[in-house]
Design a protein around this ligand. Sequence first.
Ligand SMILES: [Zn+2]
Length: 199
Amino acid sequence: MGDVLVLNRYFYAIQVISWQRALSLIYLDHARVIDDEYKTYSFDDWRELSSQIKDHPSGYVHTPHFKIAIPDVIALRYFDGLPKSEVKFTRRNIYEHYGYRCAYCGHKFSTSDLNLEHVIPKSRGGKTDWANVVTACIPCNLRKGNRLPNEANMKLMLQPSKPKWRGSASVVFRPGIRIKASWQRFIDNVYWNTELERQ
Ligand SMILES: [Zn+2]
């Protein structure tokens, strides 16, 4: 229940923080609570509303004098920056990095016709990281199977490498973060920007 999505002042999702930190930002008036209808609330407004709502999905904090609902989404009042954008190991970034091309036949494909391909197969200790993952079309991916490229008599036209450019500036969810339904309207790109579990 405890995670809170943080937006910048333009309602652009930038990070996820704990409810404790979120409430202190609201209390200090550095941020406002955002509800489902994009209405904003100061600490006092939110506290008053909290006393009226019955079942808040994320729960409440009780103090000796009042209870306050744990917000799902808050927006910073002044910050207009974007998240730090080192190149994350995401599906989107991997596809972009290899130009939507198959590393074996070199042709360009749409995303639905490309797979992530482990040059050294996972079953043989190949890692899921920039040094071992490329994109491949489905036929090449199947043809190669659980073999090394030379065993399959296939040549890599694109070598696995880490991109030098900076990633698309968008909130990136740590693996293990549960994405709340109430966050969805502020993030439509979760699938593409979730950092993949590295093995
Ligand atoms: Zn191919």
